[in-house]
Design a protein around this ligand. Structure first.
Ligand SMILES: [Zn+2]
Length: 151
């Protein structure tokens, strides 16, 4: 999007309308602001060495102070490299997050399996326990019945 904006700017040969950028230093990629705080301008070189080569300069360049001067193609290469680097970092983080999520899912699945198993065991124990009591009560009843027979 930014690249498109600058290409449009390139075509229009006018100053960028992008506002809200306050980075004081000229960093990698497209310059957002000059040392002096002025807006970068995209100009075309007419020197013998670099005819037609685009470069960023400053809207205040005529005051003779130090202002940005950066070749457009250099900025493009920096921008691409920087974006690739950021993308790599994002991808790495994303993959790490993904593996963490996968680990969590595996743990959860194990937990669910354990819970299901313990529930089954509990149910089984309850069944056995209940059965034992039933048999015991039955046995007692028979015993009492037999005894009452004798009396
Ligand atoms: Zn400047």
């Amino acid at each position: 999007m930014e690249t498109e904006a600058y290409i449009l700017m390139d075509e229009a040969h006018s100053r960028s309308n992008i506002v809200g950028r306050t980075e004081p230093e000229i960093e990698v990629g497209f310059p957002n602001i000059c040392y002096c705080g002025g807006q970068p301008l995209l100009q075309t070189s007419y020197t013998r060495n670099d005819p037609g080569r685009k470069y960023f300069t400053c809207e205040n360049v005529s005051d003779g102070d130090m202002h940005i001067h950066k070749w457009w193609d250099v900025a493009v290469m920096e921008e691409i490299r920087e974006r690739a680097r950021v993308y790599e970092v994002d991808l790495k983080e994303h993959r790490e997050q993904e593996s963490i999520t996968e680990e969590k899912i595996v743990k959860l699945e194990k937990l669910v399996a354990e819970l299901q198993k313990s529930k089954l065991d509990e149910g089984y124990e309850l069944l056995i326990g209940g059965g034992t009591i039933t048999v015991f009560v039955l046995f007692l009843s028979i015993l009492l019945y037999c005894r009452s027979d004798y009396v």
